[in-house]
Design a protein around this ligand. Structure first.
Ligand code: ATP
Ligand code: MG
Length: 363
């Protein structure tokens, strides 16, 4: 595709997305399993840039079951954030487009195919059915409005149960208390810059859960926080799952965070899922050489070592991805077979899947 063709293609996709009055049947779909809050099915996201087509997400498939925490791990640039932004339809437009696959969002009585859902409907879904906690709360919160006003805005936009100003305020105070803010009345009237990083992240969580969404996406919610506050925020997310049955898609590059809170783990590499399974399966019997490398590069308490293990080499260029396994050039288990087709997914247990020839040849 030349630059001219890329421009007209992105304009066409953008026009389709912005169309109003699209009948619901055009974007309704069926969940494969109604126990899932969201299903990513062979999702492909590309950015059409002047330097070429960036294949950020290249056939990602996994599910987030209702009431479970799914941790998505992988090194920087592997497509974790792009996957979650595609779910929220918040990709940078018009360059970023979902070009293939489906994201099925479960709305209890029906399901929507997110890629086909028009912008007007998405605006209703964001906050009420699915919401997002961003990595840096200071940039996500509005600096010129009080915390109380920002939470109230979400409630009055989405939740018809709270009609009067007093009811909305009471609900806001209830939410501030629920996320562990010690002085809800005082914090209600404060501006984001008057709060600590941990408190701002709690406010972000209060906004995210204000309308009891079925699914919360948390993109590195604890990266900017110190370890004690990190532990408290993770505890809070776990209690949301346990008390409200919220499904959580937790994006992180920290395997310690995953071990502490996740039920299921998805390991991504260069825009693909290379391995997925329960947290026990991934941590105790990792099958993909990349997952094994990730685990080996974590320090172990009580084990003395001169230097930590690191995976040699670097991630392939997302504009020129190879035809064979993307991890091949860095893999210590690579054989002749690995230069063939990209390895298909192998089922190691009902929940554990891996894409690697090593599992084919050595079992
Ligand atoms: N707006 C954009 N334009 C072009 N390429 C983009 C854009 N946004 C993301 N990408 C590319 O998509 C790929 C995946 O990016 P993504 O932000 O999902 O990585 P990530 O896994 O979240 O990394 P990190 O752990 O650093 O947050 C990267 O190669 C990135 O350069
Ligand atoms: Mg990211």
């Amino acid at each position: 595709m030349n630059k001219q063709q890329i421009r007209s293609y992105t304009k066409l996709l953008e026009r389709q997305r912005r169309k109003t009055n699209v009948p619901e049947r055009c974007y309704r779909t069926q969940m494969k399993d109604t126990g899932n809050a969201v299903e990513f099915d062979n999702l492909q996201v590309q950015f059409f840039t002047d330097n070429g087509i960036v294949k950020s997400v290249d056939g990602v498939s996994f599910c987030v079951p209702t009431g479970k925490v799914v941790g998505v791990v992988g090194e920087s640039g592997c497509g974790k954030s792009v996957t979650s932004l595609a779910l929220m339809q918040l990709l940078q437009r018009p360059q970023g487009q979902i070009v293939g696959g489906e994201i099925r969002l479960n709305l209890q009585d029906k399901a929507y195919d997110i890629a086909k859902t028009p912008e007007a409907v998405m605006r209703q879904l964001r906050g009420s059915a699915v919401s997002m906690i961003f990595q840096e709360p200071m940039t996500a919160l509005n600096p010129v409005f009080t915390v109380g006003r920002q939470i109230e805005e979400v409630i009055s936009f989405h939740d018809r149960r709270y009609a009067t100003a007093q009811e909305i305020k009471n609900r806001t105070l209830e939410l501030l208390e629920l996320v562990g803010i010690p002085n809800p009345q005082g914090v209600y009237g404060m501006y984001p810059h008057q709060l600590s990083g941990g408190m701002r992240q709690r406010v972000m969580i209060a906004i995210a859960i204000a309308c009891n969404p079925r699914l919360v996406v948390a993109d590195e919610p604890t990266t900017a926080l110190d370890v004690t506050i990190q532990a408290q925020i993770l505890e809070l997310l776990a209690s949301l799952r346990d008390k409200l049955g919220t499904a959580i898609l937790l994006i992180t590059h920290d395997l310690g965070v995953v071990a502490g809170i996740a039920d299921l783990v998805v390991v991504m590499y260069a825009g693909r899922v290379v391995e997925q399974g329960t947290v026990q399966e991934i941590l105790s019997c990792p099958a993909h050489p990349y997952t094994i490398g990730l685990l080996a590069s974590k320090p172990v308490v009580g084990k003395k070592t001169d230097s930590l293990f690191s995976i040699p080499g670097s991630v392939p260029d997302p504009v020129n991805l190879p035809k064979h396994c993307y991890f091949h050039s860095r893999c210590s288990h690579a054989t002749q077979a690995c230069t063939g087709e990209y390895p298909a997914e192998i089922q190691l247990s009902p929940t554990h899947k891996v894409s690697c020839y090593k599992e084919n040849t050595h079992g």
